[in-house]
Design a protein around this ligand. Sequence first.
Ligand code: GDP
Length: 470
Amino acid sequence: MIIGDIADSLTRSIERTSDAISEAFFEPTIRIGVTGLSRAGKTVFITSLVANMIDRARMPGLMANAQGRILTAYLQPQPDDAVPRFDYETHLGALTGPTPHWPASTRAVSQLRLSLRVQPGGLLGGLQGPRTIHLDIVDYPGEWLLDLELLDLTYTQWVEKTLGRIANRSQAATYLTLAASRDAAAGFDETTARDLATSFAAYLNAAREDGFSDCTPGRFLLPGELAGSPVLTFAPLAKPATTPRRSLWREMERRFEAYKSQVVKPFFRDHFAKIDRQIVLVDALGAIHAGPPAMDDLRRAMADILSAFRPGRNAFLTKLFLGKRVEKILFVATKADHLHHKQHPRLTAIIEALVSEAKGRADYAGADTSAMSIAALRATVEETLQHSGKDLDCVRGTLADGRQAAFYPGELPEDPQRLLHPARDGAESWLDADYQVMNFAPAALSLKPGEGPPHIRLDKVAQFLIGDKL
Ligand code: GDP
């Protein structure tokens, strides 16, 4: 190497090091994970949060904003070139355009970088110039988190567990009949594998529709670009007496292992392990409406989700995290605009009870957790109607066909255990109450300059997630 080259490469490496140092010191990056089971409200949440961070008139609960220290917020290209970008503009267009409608939901992982210019606060704040803080928002399906459990299981163990769990589920009857009709010791052929995988995926989708959340492998529900590939073309088959080489069973076992190493592990390595702060969205109102079995299932899913964040959860994650851990986890009940604000504390009490139970079940001790109820996009206004001589606190919104309707969702109990107990005890329906949800369309908006879309408590969410870093 000639001297010029050496000098050149030295300068470059110094440049790179100082870039890294300046980024770490002066331009901190906070990676915020946004997850929740499908339809929990992730897409609407990210879109409205970002719009409200860019135009902050509706964000008084974010302290740095109330103090006038956030000078500007803008989108930037994200640093991870291989991760799809969260399609913010299209989603915002859907929500705030001339004919507002709900955007297409999360199907896979995506990411968006929002950068803030912030004037530091505190005693020395006035002496320093503004600095830039990057928020990398990572959207991923909660179903993928539940796959973590698979890493602890061999194919044989997974098959036993899965077949045990689904034996009495009506949604699985077709799959179980098909699996029983196939000889797992016979030679492998792709058509049989595909039929089994398709039928098993149909079971998972039906179970998910009916409110079950223990529906792994998660990619069978949201396959994305992996649809039809061998890593998604397997299913649980009871182990036959002999498992010759090239048999159907052996190939299923191989594909299960490939799913673990080529699908589950990369997700945890490339996305999950880098998250600093996490928000988990929960459609608690939807589960309450669906009845006690769905509520009970939600309880279990929350414990499973939380256990993915438990330090030392398994050897693979421990190695990935290298002692780093998620610092804060916020659980939020979404779509609170279905309720009059007088009922919000009750919804919050329910989500708090669910979180504290999940912590107990997952034997969780780690990050700071909190719970609240929010609406990422407020689609209703409040209205009090007279009914049988009594005040009835309702909300009014626009239906899909454009008509306006007032809606009374039912009264949530003051004590969350009135819902959690029957759910735990296996009740089929709520005894003394009926809870409704309504699919309101987003309201047509006329935003003043500086105003983001209307919401409930998104500013409190932002304060919990990033307030201490501003
Ligand atoms: P994802 O699957 O988690 O990405 O869920 P989405 O963000 O697509 O939300 C699913 C559906 O929930 C939407 O299509 C809306 O019908 C509803 N939704 C989500 N957020 C809100 C909200 O803040 N208010 C109301 N009224 N509905 C919401």
